[in-house]
Structures are given as structure tokens and as C-alpha cells.
Design a protein around this ligand. Structure first.
Ligand code: NAP
Length: 315
């Protein structure tokens, strides 16, 4: 860590992350006169800024574009006095009562309380084209995007519970769902696997990896190239969408020396949004491996702000 410090700021509350959880926490905290500062992180606005249409956020019967929704969240929290700053937290020190956050622009924030809403990132396959195609036929969220592929053929990549769950959900819309898994053994629980196997819309393609996604017109996937891991043979498969379900990585590396995490790295919370350190709260996908929706993240952001307000009042 570079020791040259340009600036120190004292805050009652600092919120790390600016997705639905962080900005909802900011809105409630600002309205509770806590003068919150939000360190927006990357991408500003969180995972929703990487999607296109959001049709399942209540209050938008005609849908809303992910980035537009996050701009509204931002505007609303700023209207009530939340201060949102560009930057990333590079290191934290939660060992003292006044927590220290070290930013990438040589600023230190001394904060009486902290809300962590750094989210989780979907694991990607590592193909150079895939992140450019998010929202254009490549998705990491069947709940968000499955509806767009009604009566079409889709693939789900992965062999864990997420892949089974995504595939089962997609059978409500798609004509056919192929699960592409790189091995013959599954990480998925037997019950989820059995459910997927007994669904007549689902077909398994095993020992195969997706090595290329073709989207010639830049707005519609046409096919993928599959490589058989046993024979090394490749073949093209015509398909309308690719759902990547190979797991998520919670963004918790900054906190692992201080906070209790579960075996997959998610922050463990109890009694609402409390972590094991009094005054440090967590909300949204960074502590939720179960629901992972914008609306549930926003709800837990509200809870974190209320929990923080009570904590500060009792100091
Ligand atoms: P996971 O259990 O780690 O499974 C990830 C799957 O993706 C594995 O089959 C893995 O293949 C495959 N994979 C990883 N990287 C890959 C790559 N680069 N290319 C191709 N395939 C790749 O992750 P998850 O399914 O997200 O589940 C995470 C946790 O959440 C689990 O504990 C799960 O039980 C839980 N969960 C529960 C539910 C539920 O109960 N309803 C739903 C979702 C998740 P290999 O097997 O070859 O490594």
C-alpha cells in the first residue's frame, strides 16, 4: 500500500458498492440524516448496468433498462443528500472502533459504521467475446432474461445446482434447453439433477465445453462451437442464447481477514444485516447466495440502513 495520503475524511457511515443494495442503503441512510458516503466501485451501479431490459423490478410495468434503473436509484439517493464518489476501496482496517477505508486515490475515510454492498460477480467462461455479448444472447441470469427466449433453443453451461435451477426455470419459456457440462459427474445435488433429468424439455450434452459463441450481427447469438473433451472433436450447434451458470464469486477479498465468511466466500450475517464486527453491516449479493435479485438486494439495503441507524443511535 502506498503510504502517501492526500486526504482524510471523517464519516458516520460509508457504503461500499453502488448496486441496488448500496444505493437503497444510501437513500434510507440519507433520509435518516446519516450523511452517507458511497464509494461506487466498479462497475458503478453494479451488475444491473451490464444487463439490458429489466422486466421483474416492481413499479416498471413496461420494463426498464438496467443502466436507467440504476441511474434512478442514484438520482433518488443523491436527492436526499447521499454523496457518491468514484473510486474503489483498496484496503480496510476494521481493527479499531473508527473503521478505516483506504481508497485508490490516496484518501482515507474514517467511518463510525460501514455497509458492505460489493455484490458478487458471475463467473464467466473466459471467452473473449462473451462479456461483449451480455444482453445480446449471452446471460448469467435466467430469471432476468429467460423470458426473451420464448419458443427458442437455449443452452445452459454448468453442472452445479445453479445450472440445474437455471435450466429448469428456462423450460417455462424455451422450446428446448441443453445443459452443456464439461464432465460426466455433477456437482449438482441429486434432487436437482433428477428434476432436470426428468424434464422432457431438457437434454444433457456431457464432456463438452463451449469454446466459441457466434453472434454475427452483434445482437443475436446464432450458434456455439462445442469441443468434446474426450475426443477433442469440435462441432457447431445452432442456438439462440447462452446462459452461463458456472457459479458466482462474492466480492469479499478485502474483508476476509476481519469478517466471518461461508465456505464459498459470502459474508455471514445474522439478526438482519449484522456481521461479526459491530458497526459493519452487509447487504445484497455479497451475503446472499440464495435469491440474488435486484429487488431482494434493495430490500436488504434498506435493512442495513435501518440496522446502522440503530447502531449509531446506541453508540
Ligand atoms: P458450483 O456448485 O461450483 O458448480 C459450478 C459448475 O460449473 C461445476 O459443474 C463446474 O464444473 C462448472 N464450471 C466451473 N467453471 C467452468 C468453466 N470454466 N467451464 C465450464 N464449466 C465450468 O456452483 P453453483 O452451481 O453456482 O452452486 C454454488 C453453490 O450454491 C452450491 O453450494 C449450490 O448447492 C448452491 N446453490 C443452491 C441452489 C438451490 O439449492 N436451489 C441453487 C443454486 C446454487 P466441474 O464440476 O467440472 O468443476
Amino acid at each position: 500500500m502506498d503510504n502517501s495520503i492526500d486526504k482524510q475524511i471523517d464519516k458516520q457511515l460509508t457504503i461500499i458498492g453502488s448496486g441496488p443494495a448500496g444505493l437503497t442503503a444510501a437513500l434510507y441512510a440519507a433520509r435518516g440524516n446519516l450523511n452517507p458516503m458511497v464509494i461506487e466501485g466498479f462497475p458503478p451501479g453494479g451488475q444491473l448496468t451490464l444487463t439490458t431490459d429489466v422486466e421483474n423490478f416492481p413499479g416498471f410495468p413496461d420494463g426498464v433498462m438496467g443502466p436507467d434503473l440504476m441511474n434512478k436509484f442514484r438520482e433518488q439517493s443523491e436527492k436526499f443528500g447521499a454523496e457518491i464518489i468514484t473510486g474503489e476501496v483498496k484496503e480496510v482496517d476494521f481493527s479499531t472502533k473508527n473503521f478505516k477505508l483506504f481508497l485508490d486515490n490516496n484518501t482515507i475515510i474514517n467511518s463510525k459504521s460501514v455497509i458492505i454492498s460489493t455484490g458478487a460477480s458471475a463467473k464467466m467462461l473466459g471467452l473473449k467475446e462473451e462479456s461483449l455479448l451480455i444482453g445480446k444472447g449471452v446471460s448469467t441470469c435466467a430469471t432476468c432474461d429467460g423470458f426473451f427466449f420464448r419458443d427458442q433453443d437455449v443452452i445452459v453451461v454448468g453442472g452445479g445446482d445453479s445450472a440445474m435451477e437455471e435450466a429448469l426455470f428456462l423450460t417455462k419459456f424455451a422450446k428446448k434447453v441443453y445443459i452443456i457440462h464439461r464432465r460426466e459427474e455433477f456437482r449438482a445435488s441429486q434432487i436437482m439433477l433428477d428434476r432436470a433429468k426428468s424434464n422432457e424439455k431438457i437434454e444433457f450434452i456431457l464432456n463438452c465445453e463451449v469454446i466459441k459463441i457466434n453472434n454475427p450481427n452483434e445482437n443475436k447469438v446464432t450458434d456455439v462451437v462445442l469441443k468434446n473433451n474426450k475426443t477433442d472433436k469440435t462441432n457447431n450447434m445452432n442456438i439462440d442464447a447462452v446462459f452461463i451458470a458456472i457459479g458466482h464469486i462474492p466480492n469479499t477479498s478485502l474483508f476476509k481477514n476481519y469478517l466471518n465468511l461461508n465456505e464459498n466466500g459470502y459474508i455471514l450475517t445474522e439478526e438482519g444485516t449484522k456481521t461479526n464486527i459491530p458497526g459493519v453491516f452487509a447487504c445484497g449479493d455479497v451475503q446472499d447466495w440464495e435469491y440474488r435479485q435486484a429487488i431482494t438486494a434493495a430490500g436488504s439495503g434498506c435493512m442495513a440502513a435501518i440496522d446502522t441507524e440503530r447502531y449509531l443511535a446506541n453508540l
